[in-house]
Design a protein around this ligand. Sequence first.
Ligand SMILES: [Zn+2]
Length: 655
Amino acid sequence: MTDTESKMNTYRRRPGSEAALLACAAFAILASGCASTGGQQSAAPPGVLESTLPPIPPVTGPLDLYVEYPDSLQRIAVSDTNFIHGTVRTGDATLIIDGAFVEVQPNGAFIGWLPVPRATAGDTAYYQLIARRGDDVDTLSHPILLPSVPFEGEPGTPWIDSASVNVPAERWALPDEELTVSFRGAPGMQAWLQARSGRMPVVESPVAGRYVARIQAAEFHGAACTADACDWLGETVVLSAAFVLSDGTDETRREFEYPLRLLDPKRLPVVELVELPDSISGTNGIVVGRPLPFGPFRWRFPVGTRAEVDGKDGERVRLRLAPDLNAWVGVDDTQPAAPNAVPPRSLVGDLRFSVRADRIELRIPLSAALPLQVDEPDGRTVELTLFGAIGHTDRVALGSGSRAVEDVRWVQLPGNRYKLTVTLAEPVWGFRTAYRPLDGDRAELVFEIRRMPPIDPLNPLAGRRIVIDPGHPGAGATGPTGYYEGHANLGIGFALERMLADAGADPILIRRDTLPMGLYERTTAAIEAGGELYISIHNNALPDGVRPFGQEGTSTYYYHPHSRHLATTVQEGMLDTMRLRDLGVYWGNLAVCRMAWMPSILTEGAFMMMPDHEAALKDPEFQARYARGVMEGIRDFLAAALHTSGEMSVAGAAR
Ligand SMILES: [Zn+2]
C-alpha cells in the first residue's frame, strides 16, 4: 500500500499537485490480499483536509448480486485489466470476484479493478462472483464479450484477412493524388496488387503483416479500368483489382472493387451546405468541417456556404478552402449546386458595423456564400477569414453612438484568403455567422459579435439569463447501484435553478423531466431563450481499461476561447464546495460547448461509477453543494468580466 493510497477520501488544497489525492482502498485491499471490513475513513496526514463527501448511508438486506457494468454480454474494449461495478445490495457482505476480494461499501456497492477473464468459448468470457453474508451465499457467473480478435491464418502459409481490405464505398480524387489501399496478412511475404494491365507494388509497413499500396489515382484508374471505361473521366468507374500474397511457392488472392471518380482539377464540382434533420453534424444553422474524414471538428460553416469539392471518401466529401487547405464534411450535409455553377469567389467591399445594445453586427454582401472561419486570438478580438475572397475594402464604418469597436484591420493572405480582425473595447461574449440568400448566387454574410450583458457590480448575478442544461438522456453513465446520471444532473439542475432565482438571476432550466432531448435541441433552446451563459451539468465515467482509483474528481470543459474563463471560475467554485480531486479544465470538442453565441461550458462534477460519489450524488444536500459551486463560479466570472471591461475602457480613454 502506498502512502497515496492510504489517504482515502481526503482532499488537499494544493493545485497542481498530482499526488494530492487518493485512491480508493479497494485496490489496496486487493493488492494486500486481505478482506475488507467495510471501514471507510483513515486518519488524514497533516496538511490534508478531510473530504466532506457525505458518508455512504448503510443498507442491510438480503444478499443479491448484481453487476451494473459491464452489462451482460456487453463487448468491452480491452482484454487485459478492466473495472467491474455493481452491488450486493447489503453492506455487511464480503465479495470475491475471480478469486480476488473486492471491497463492499456500506450500501452494498462495489467497484473492482481486475484482470479481464479469459474466453471460455469464442469471444465470451465470464466473471465469477461469490458474495457471502453469514451463512448466505450468492454466486453469479456474469458473461461479457471480449474485443474481437482479428483473423489469423495457418502460420507459415500466405493468408489475407478479408475483413482488413479497406476499400471506400466510393472515392473521388484528383488525378495526381496518392491513394492508399491496404490489407493485413501473413507477415514477411511478397505482395502485389494485380490489375488488368499489370502489377503494382505493395510493401509491408513497419507494422508486421500490414501491407500498403500507395498508387497515383490516374495510374490506378488507367491500370484497373475495363477497356471501355478508361475514358470515363469525371464519372465514377468501378475498378477491379486483387491483392496477391506469396511465399514464393504458394500464393493467395483477394479480389476487390474500387469505385473511383477522377476529378478534373479545372472543373471541380461545387456543393452547397445544407442542414438536414438528424444530420450528424448539423447544429443551429452550422455544418462542421474536419481536417480528416473522421477527425475532430474544426470549422463551423454557416448553412448555405458554397465550396468546391476536390475529393470524396465514402460518406465524406472534401471541400477545398484554399490551396493545400481542405475541410471534410458529411455527404448528407451537402447538395450539388447547379451543374454549371462557378467556383465561389467574391470581392469584399466597404464594411459598416452596426453597434446594438447586445451585439455588434456586420453585414457583408458577397457574390457567393464563401466558406469562412472565425478565430479568437485574445479575449477581445475576433478574426473572420473568408476563403475565395479578394479585399476591395476602402472604408470601414465602426458604428455610430458607441466606442464598442476599437479597431478593425483587414489583410489579404495567399490563396485568396481575406482576413478581417475586429478588436473590441470590451470582452468578446460570443459570435455567430449566417448567410442570407440574395438574388442569383449572391448572399449576405451576417456576422454578429455578442456583447457583454449589463452586469450589476453590487450583485453580478442580478437579471442575468443563465441557461442550465441537465445532461442526458439519451446515453449517460450509471453508478454501481444503478443510479442514472441523467437523474443526478436533473436534481443538481433544479437546485441550481432555485439558487440562481434566489440570488436575483433569471435562470432557464431547459430540461425539467426525464424525457430524452437532443444536444442541438438544447443549444437551440438556449439561443431562443436569450441565454447569456450556458452550463451543461454532468457527472463522469471512465472508458474501459482506465484504472478508476485516483482518477475520480472534478473537471470542466470549454471549446471557444470566450468560454475558457467561465470554465476556470466554475471549476474553482465546484472544488470549493465539493472538495473532490482537481482534474482541471479541459479544452474539449463537445457539441454543446461548440455553440458560440454565449460562453458555454460542461461540468463533470463527480464520478457516477465510484460508490462514494454515486451515493453522494443521490443526496440532495450534496446536489446543492454541486449547484452552489457552479453558482459561485458564475458569479466570479461575471464580476471578473465587469472588472476587465472597466480596465479596458480606462485604457481606451487614456489613449
Ligand atoms: Zn454525462
